[in-house]
Design a protein around this ligand. Structure first.
Ligand code: FAD
Length: 442
């Protein structure tokens, strides 16, 4: 996994002025740049650590419509079309393939739960269908007698995240987009009440628009500018096997285990519902906003107090362009994987995928998911500061929707018609007295 010690591979000279500055080279930042560059807009991406160093290389690689919030569905449907054309246009293989997503059921009650998705799928013309045990056994060639059936969306997809996002970034450079790693944006400069530039740790860049696609850091960045919104991080642990028998080419989740066939012949695995939140100052500040989602997810979420608690309580909360910002002191969020989650992955493999039980886990890692209180993202302009845009809080499902979100953010910056209703993703929902409607799980 990438860390602050990984070599710097994107070190373009910093321009003195561009049309748009993008903060963060995750899937959202690079996708936004992709669609801006396509329209002839000059763009620079600043990344405090490494391209895709945080969530965008650490995720499971699922590109799914299945199980999404209704408001996200039109965007992810569009996004899959973008994934297809991006994969075709790139010179590198990013492992994009449509082998489907299956949500497995071990009991009739679970199967009935899975079936609830079908009516939503129909509303959006998705190809989701229910599979009985014998049909399921034809696509998952594991001893699947423990599964009574599944809901299955064959057109859902996957890509290798640690390959895909850097490959898009490399292609962007050929289109004239400058990308600079190890360069934090500290703050935004304004003139006549609107965005006029950014202050990076290596100097000022003039621009009329800034897109904050900073993942887990976005709320901290915006609060320093006077725009506060609730966002917390959640640690999720992942592991991969060495090459293993081909039991299923797609992505599947059951109660307890999620697995995806990788391009290298192994599996990416996680113990589903095994999330941890490390208590810090923001946990207390945002507790009221997050309370409903904490109550709903109490079985899947553990609260942790140790591991740098004092530092988290004392974090720097405000700075100016001349100060070293928190983005420079943590270049890459690279949390240790949880031993509890790893042990659960091993137990669940033995229980559910016996044909993989003897395959070693070659590597384990963790990522910090950036969650909002209602588990759906923010994609909006910041009222009060014309020229500042925010795309963040993708709450554990931003990889698949990334190119769709990038197209929307690019057109939002350019003042074009968006083609989708983004009301559910407005920033003001956290402050205008709206009651928040929880989206599906992380
Ligand atoms: C374990 C795990 C599994 C997941 N599985 C899936 C999945 O299967 N499918 C799916 O759709 N989603 C999945 N997700 C979620 C998905 O990875 C994220 O929603 C998505 O990657 C978010 O992209 P992003 O660009 O918003 O943020 P990130 O990828 O976190 O990128 C933000 C970048 O901004 C940089 N940055 C922040 N502040 C500054 C600053 N001031 N200056 C310069 N740079 C800055 C950071 O260093 C970081 O690199 C998963 C996430 C995790 C952690």
């Amino acid at each position: 996994m990438l860390s602050e010690h990984s070599p710097i591979t994107f070190a373009d000279p910093i321009p003195s002025a561009v049309d748009v500055v993008i903060i963060g080279a995750g899937v959202i930042g690079v996708s936004t740049a992709w669609f801006l560059a396509q329209q002839g807009v000059s763009v620079v991406i600043f990344e405090k650590g490494r391209v895709a160093g945080e969530q965008s290389s650490r995720n499971w690689g699922w590109i799914r419509k299945h199980g999404r919030d209704r408001a996200e569905l039109p965007i992810v449907i569009e996004s899959i079309e973008h994934w297809k054309s991006i994969a075709e246009e790139l010179d590198e293989d990013i492992g994009f393939a449509q082998h489907g997503v299956a949500y497995l059921a071990e009991t009739e009650a679970e199967l009935a739960e899975r079936e609830r998705w079908i009516s939503i799928a129909r509303d959006y013309d998705l190809d989701t269908r229910m599979l009985g045990a014998s049909e399921l056994a034809q696509i998952i060639t594991e001893d699947s007698s423990k599964w009574v059936g599944a809901s299955f969306t064959p057109s859902d997809a996957r890509a290798e995240p640690f390959v895909a996002v850097p490959a898009i970034a490399r292609s962007l450079r050929k289109k004239g987009v400058a990308i600079t790693e190890n360069c934090a944006v500290r703050t935004v400069e304004t003139a006549a009440g609107q965005v006029d530039g950014v202050v990076t740790e290596h100097g000022v860049v003039r621009c009329s628009s800034v897109v904050c696609a900073g993942g887990a850091w976005s709320s901290l960045f915006c609060r320093n500018l006077g725009y506060d919104f609730p966002q917390l991080t959640v640690r999720a642990t992942v592991a991969r096997t060495t090459e293993a028998p081909d039991i299923f080419k797609g992505n599947a989740a059951s109660t307890g285990l999620a697995f995806r066939r990788r391009d290298d012949g192994g599996y990416t695995l996680a113990a589903s519902g095994n999330f941890e939140h490390f208590i810090g100052r923001d946990s207390f500040r945002h507790l009221p906003a997050f309370f409903p989602s904490i109550v709903r997810s109490h079985k899947d979420m553990s609260l942790r107090f140790g591991d740098g608690l004092v530092a988290r309580l004392r974090e720097t909360r405000s700075w100016s362009g001349g100060d070293i910002s928190p983005f420079e002191t943590t270049r890459v969020l690279n949390p240790d994987p949880s031993p509890v989650a790893l042990s659960e992955i091993r137990n669940q493999i033995k229980r559910q995928l016996p044909s993989l039980a003897d395959i070693p886990l070659e590597q384990a890692w963790a990522g910090m998911i950036d969650a909002t209180p209602d588990i759906v993202p923010v994609m909006d302009r910041v009222e009060g500061l014309p020229g500042l845009f925010v795309a963040t809080g993708f709450s554990g499902h931003g990889f698949g929707i990334g190119p769709g979100a990038g197209r929307l953010m690019a057109d939002m910056v350019l003042g074009k018609t968006l083609g989708h209703d983004l009301k559910r993703f407005r920033l003001s929902r956290f402050s205008d007295g709206s009651s928040l409607e929880l989206g599906p799980a992380l």
